[in-house]
Ligand binder design. Structure first.
Ligand SMILES: [Zn+2]
Length: 49
């Protein structure tokens, strides 16, 4: 089963919960037009690293 994360499009950080990403964007990108998406990472496969 894959772990889902919420990814900030502006700095590339991953968050486990939408609330965490929301808090992050409000603090780090308060004026930005923030786009984010859900990413699914399969166990043993981390193409982003
Ligand atoms: Zn960010």
């Amino acid at each position: 089963m894959a772990n889902r994360h919420y990814r900030c499009n502006l700095c590339g950080r991953d968050f486990d919960a939408h609330d965490q990403l929301k808090t992050h964007t409000e603090r780090r990108h308060p004026k930005a037009d923030v786009h984010w998406w859900v990413v699914a990472e399969e166990p043993g496969s981390l193409p982003f690293e």
